[in-house]
Design a protein around this ligand. Structure first.
Ligand SMILES: [Zn+2]
Length: 166
């Protein structure tokens, strides 16, 4: 069990974590399972470090809060808990990709590294505010799948991943 897994267990148990100085705070609507409390106390120092803000980067706490808000909004719209979490997870992936943009110079594909051909133009992908990555349209799928995998890996370190059990 890592700190990330402890965060995930706490999130799935409906606990809201916070930090107060170097202390870990808990909010829960019902008594939390003792196993989760034990996990949290075993990884406390690591969890406090993960939850603490570092520069402009979003901390695990910011991501968990974002996830929780998105899941609540989805649940209000009538989705089941699992559906709401799946929706929140998808939102986190989009948000992570927007916050960790890849910019590349026009003229070379960021996917395959090749230049533009007359029959295969390079297209700009991404949003205006974060700049564009230039790709052949046929290279986009594989490149985007790799980017998504990066987002999933990063989010899992904050305890945000798809629920493995129902
Ligand atoms: Zn390409």
């Amino acid at each position: 069990m890592s700190a990330a897994e402890a965060l995930k267990a706490a999130r799935e148990a409906g606990l809201r974590l916070g930090i107060d100085g170097d202390a870990l705070t808990l909010e829960a609507s019902a008594a939390p399972p003792p196993a989760v409390i034990e996990l949290l106390s075993r990884h406390k120092a690591e969890i406090v470090a993960l939850l603490s803000p570092v520069g402009d980067e979003r901390s695990a706490l910011d991501w968990l809060t974002f996830f929780g808000e998105r899941a609540r909004i989805a649940a209000v719209r009538g989705l089941t808990k699992n559906e709401a979490e799946a929706r929140a997870f998808a939102c986190c992936i989009v948000e992570w990709l927007n916050r960790n943009p890849v910019r590349s110079l026009p003229g070379r594909c960021v996917g395959c590294g090749q230049t533009e051909h007359s029959h295969d133009p390079l297209l700009p992908f991404g949003i205006e505010s974060s700049g564009h990555a230039w790709l052949h349209s046929r290279c986009w799928d594989a490149w985007h799948a790799g980017r998504k995998a990066e987002a999933v890996a990063a989010l899992s370190t904050f305890g945000i991943s798809m629920r493995t059990s129902p």
